[in-house]
Design a protein around this ligand. Structure first.
Ligand SMILES: Cc1cc2nc3c(=O)[nH]c(=O)nc-3n(C[C@H](O)[C@H](O)[C@H](O)COP(=O)(O)OP(=O)(O)OC[C@H]3O[C@@H](n4cnc5c(N)ncnc54)[C@H](O)[C@@H]3O)c2cc1C
Length: 263
């Protein structure tokens, strides 16, 4: 169990960031679902409740998601569901249960870059950007490549382009961490394919997507793209599955996801 010596509820984002960097042992509090698993001793826990970061709204061609929006908000928001073919609904639906998803936040889920994340895999196939107080605004793919740096993630932005999309995952049992997950999306004839829980962090299968973009869609092209995705990405072994198993499942899940997206 983690320990909190005090909790601060800053009134501005600047104040929250200043508190964060004031002391190495200060930490941002999301829904605390993951923090609770550890034994961290936190001096000041920074609660973002008063910063108005819990909204999901469409603005200037983007859907803006505040860091404090819950995974349940992501799952049930009608704008996200309509625009992205229920991609985010399906990606979140397997994470523990509704009560848990009402607590866990989008900001923590993205900032923490968990390898097993269902959320990151889905966000990666959309045109997603993140806004960090110090680091500024950047593409999610760029953020995922960067080394960890203390910062405050305030918003996630998704380009409000309609797309055909689908999400597939493989779990050893319901609500366990995924053995592998796959998201695909096609917007303006451009495909994106992401594979996560490899067990490393989600990554884009760029060669497989290029193949789909270049050729007419047929069973053979889908088959080829799925194979390419499984060959171009790296996979590892952990208690949930071997690298070989993940590579084989990648091919199957990518194929299923593309077929589902074009249905
Ligand atoms: C038992 C369990 C099972 C899970 N299974 C899955 C799963 O199958 N699939 C999946 O995708 N996810 C899974 N998760 C992860 C979950 O979805 C959340 O991503 C995770 O709990 C973090 O969200 P939180 O709000 O609880 O973060 P917290 O526990 O509050 O914080 C986690 C970390 O993020 C930091 N942080 C919080 N907010 C911010 C911010 N705005 N900016 C910068 N840093 C911040 C905190 O300081 C802390 O270091 C699981 C988590 C748990 C505990």
């Amino acid at each position: 169990m983690f320990t909190l010596r005090s909790v601060a509820q800053p009134q501005t984002i600047e104040e929250a960031y200043k508190l964060l960097i004031q002391k190495r042992t200060n930490a941002i509090l999301g829904g605390c679902a993951f923090l609770k698993l550890g034994s961290q001793r936190i001096d000041t826990g920074i609660d973002l409740t008063h910063l108005g970061l819990n909204l999901i709204q469409e603005k200037d061609g983007f859907i803006e998601i505040g860091a404090s929006a819950s995974l349940r908000d992501l799952e049930t928001n009608p704008v996200l569901t309509q625009r992205f073919s229920s991609l985010l609904t399906n990606a979140t639906a397997n994470i523990i249960g509704v009560q848990f998803r009402n607590l866990a936040t989008v900001g923590a889920s993205v900032f923490s870059k968990y390898g097993f994340s269902d959320i990151l895999t889905a966000l990666l196939v959309l045109d997603t950007q993140v806004l960090l107080y110090k680091g500024g605004r950047m593409k999610l793919s760029e953020f995922l490549m960067r080394p960890f740096e203390r910062d405050l993630l305030t918003n996630v932005f998704i380009k409000a382009d309609d797309c055909q999309a689908a999400y597939q995952c493989l779990r050893n049992s319901a609500s366990d961490y995924p053995v592998l997950n796959v998201a695909v999306a096609c917007s303006q004839d451009q495909w994106r394919i992401a594979v996560g829980a490899r067990p490393g962090r989600a990554a884009l299968a760029l060669q497989a997507a290029s193949l789909l973009n270049a050729e007419a869609l047929s069973d053979a092209t889908i088959e080829q793209a799925a194979k390419l995705a499984s060959l171009e990405l790296s996979f590892g072994t952990n208690m949930r599955g071997t690298a070989e198993y993940r590579r084989a499942m990648c091919q199957t899940l990518v194929k299923r996801a593309i077929r589902e997206a074009i249905r």
